[in-house]
Design a binder for this molecule. Structure first.
Ligand SMILES: Nc1nc2c(ncn2[C@@H]2O[C@H](COP(=O)(O)OP(=O)(O)OP(=O)(O)O)[C@@H](O)[C@H]2O)c(=O)[nH]1
Ligand SMILES: [Mg+2]
Length: 255
């Protein structure tokens, strides 16, 4: 299904949203890089009460900064939902891009590619995929992809179902926002993917090169730090599987 195109295709208003929590080491570069994009985006940061200089550095680099409404952690889903509302209702976005704020090697090309895919390839949602360190992305490798393979095999080809780099036109985001039970935490990324596919949107992945991000440094010695993320991603996929009647198929499967 092709979404209704409400935007201006020649000169779309692009908003890039970063959800942030304590990203002072990368936010300045992230905002500055994004602003160099061919599409001249405005940048919105939705911060989770960072205790470091994230918001100060984001403003200095030229971003509009808001705070998520609740002191909630993990609250990435809440921040993304509130960011979408701000971008749609107050910033008149035509195309909205999400990027993680902890990427050390982010360039304007990431925005160019993700937005270009929407405009030139005519897909409804473009999502980044990348190469990364062999021990990175444990939740993707051991939870998200295997569970999608079981419950949503039509999504097995997605390399990065938890990608934080996602772009779509405003109408697509509005359709997704109108759905119920939007996850407020780490389930949000896979939820957007499943709900987007189930709504019939044409979703494509685009290769963005190598991803080096600081969050990996926090857990590379101790992967148990990812247990809350794993739990929430798992819960989200199970709830989606129940919603779309995917449990029953497993009853007689032998492994
Ligand atoms: N507003 C907000 N942002 C958050 C929250 N948790 C994480 N973020 C941001 O969401 C983005 C992704 O978080 P990361 O910790 O890098 O997680 P990830 O890279 O998706 O996951 P890993 O690959 O497992 O490290 C970063 O920009 C974080 O600052 C939160 O509770 N609220
Ligand atoms: Mg990260």
């Amino acid at each position: 299904m092709q979404s209704e195109n409400t935007g201006n295709n020649l000169n779309p208003k692009v908003i890039v949203i970063f959800a942030t929590k304590n990203e002072e080491s990368t936010i300045k570069n992230s905002v500055s890089m994004v602003k160099k994009s061919y599409y001249k985006p405005e940048v919105l940061v939705v911060d989770a009460y960072s205790s470091d200089k994230t918001t100060e550095f984001a403003r200095t680099a030229g971003a509009v900064v808001t705070r998520q409404s609740k002191h909630l952690f993990p609250g990435k889903g809440l921040a993304m939902k509130e960011g979408l509302k701000e971008a749609i209702e107050r910033m008149n976005a035509d195309i909205i891009v999400f990027l993680d704020a902890d990427i050390k090697n982010l360039t304007q090309d990431w925005v160019n590619q993700l937005v270009g895919a929407i405009i030139n390839d005519n897909c409804d949602m473009s999502r980044g995929f990348y190469t990364r360190h062999a021990r990175d992305a444990a939740v993707t490798k051991l939870i998200a992809r295997p569970m999608l393979h079981i419950f949503f095999p039509e999504l097995s080809h997605f390399e990065q179902p938890l990608s934080g780099e996602v772009c779509a036109r405003t109408q697509v985001w509005k359709d997704l926002l109108a759905k119920e039970l939007i996850p407020e935490g780490w389930g949000i990324d896979v939820w957007f993917l499943i709900e987007g596919i189930m709504a019939g949107f044409n979703i494509k992945e685009h290769f963005l090169g190598q991803k080096e991000h600081t969050s990996f440094e926090d857990y590379k010695e101790d992967v148990s730090k990812l247990s809350k993320m794993a739990e929430q991603v798992e819960f989200t996929i199970i709830r989606e599987a129940i919603k779309y009647g995917r449990m029953e198929f497993q009853r007689n499967v032998s492994i």
